[in-house]
Design a binder for this molecule. Structure first.
Ligand code: GAF
Length: 382
């Protein structure tokens, strides 16, 4: 049974009839540009062929009744009227509740619905399982009510739900690429203007994700601390965000900052430069230069931003030894565990898998999962 059939079966079991409508939104992997989005900088993610799908049938009332495959078909419900309470025992539904809240706060009238959710984006692995659920819920709720809200606005609504309702102070990258990703391409996103440019992933290059399966600890608190540190340096420079500081400006006034603040800012300002260059060299098929940029990005996350963990560093070393200068590998996502991404010739996929099999468990005691991904289209009605 594929995912859509499983979802249909869950919907029928819960609501006693076949669903009428289906919506999907993908997870994402970020090729480069980490912790730059909330600094108004640049990111280069792609949507992946792992996704959340919602099956739905409108109701005659103003109630959302929603169930989720990943939580044993647990069902929860709420009225489409402000304020919508968050749920403690069905906390997965807070992504739907948060999106409904953000839409109602914008004055949009919504329709009640029965909904079932399924997904295959690994949860808590840094591949945006929450962002894709937010975008998917936004698409479902707006389309069922006849509102043609743009994908860009659905991304902003998803981010608002995450920031205000769920309480995670994330940037805009994940929701934007989940909403607007393009098949075969990464997306260069200017997180200030929200302008995007499609950047082709070269023929013959594979996007390989290696999930460390290292339980991510203290993610939200460490994430928020990094964000505060960046914002403090921006305030010190009297600029809106670190985007407005060049590497030279930072170096010239280095002595005014404490050492940790300097290193945090150094990561962000150098990562912006690397990301812009990556968007130039990748579509030309220059995997050697991509490899250098991704290696510098990883070192900067490890040494200056301090968001990697030994298990992630081990995977990066294992993969680097296989691909040499024929591709790149770095941690991807918010950090403190999660996944590594490699951009490597397709001919290296088997060797990468074998090397991880042979070394990772011995080095860390953990078993990694490997996903060979296709850069995919963003959110859509199925
Ligand atoms: C998480 C956040 F949700 C993103 O907004 C981004 O900041 C990322 O971490 C780090 O680049 O995925």
């Amino acid at each position: 049974m594929d995912m859509k059939q499983q979802l249909t079966a869950l919907f029928e079991k819960t609501f006693g009839a076949q669903p009428e409508l289906f919506y999907q939104a993908p997870g994402r992997v970020n090729l480069i540009g980490e912790h730059t989005d909330y600094n108004d900088g640049f990111v280069l993610p792609c949507a992946i062929d792992y996704q959340a799908i919602i099956a739905a049938t409108p109701r005659d009332d103003q109630k959302i009744v929603v169930t989720a495959a990943a939580f044993d078909g647990q069902t929860t419900e709420f009225e489409l009227a402000l304020p919508i309470e968050s749920s403690e025992n069905a906390s997965w539904s807070n992504y739907v509740r948060g999106v409904a809240t953000a839409l109602l706060e914008r004055g949009l009238e919504l329709k009640g619905a029965n909904m079932a959710i399924i997904g295959n984006v690994p949860q808590g692995a840094g591949l945006s399982s929450s962002a894709c659920l937010e975008v998917c819920a936004g698409l479902a709720l707006t389309r069922m009510a006849g509102h043609d809200v743009s994908l860009k606005d659905l991304a902003l609504i998803g981010q608002e739900a995450e920031n205000q309702f769920v309480g995670v102070n994330c940037g805009i990258m994940d929701q934007m690429v989940s909403a607007r990703g393009e098949e075969g391409h990464a997306m260069l996103l200017d997180c200030r203007s929200l302008d995007t440019r499609s950047v082709a992933i070269p023929e013959g290059a594979a996007v390989v994700i290696i999930n460390s399966n290292k339980q991510r600890g203290l993610v939200d608190s460490e994430y928020n601390t990094r964000r505060q540190q960046c914002e403090a340096v921006a305030r010190h420079f009297e600029v809106k965000a670190l985007r407005d500081i060049s590497v030279d400006m930072l170096e010239a006034r280095k002595d005014e900052l404490d050492e940790v603040a300097y290193r945090r800012a150094l990561h962000v300002v150098t990562e912006d430069v690397r990301t812009l260059e990556a968007a130039e060299v990748m579509p030309k098929g220059d995997l050697r230069r991509m490899g250098e940029l991704m290696a510098a990005s990883h070192a900067s996350m490890r040494d200056d931003f301090e968001i990697t963990v030994p298990e992630i560093d081990a995977i990066v070393d294992i993969v680097k030894a296989v691909i040499g200068d024929e591709g790149g590998v770095r941690m991807t996502g918010g950090g403190f565990g999660g996944c590594v991404v490699a951009l490597a010739p397709e001919s290296k996929i088997e060797a990468i898998k074998q090397a991880i099999d042979s070394h990772y468990k011995t080095m860390t005691g953990l078993v990694a999962d490997i996903y060979v991904c296709k850069a995919s289209q963003g959110a859509s009605v199925l």
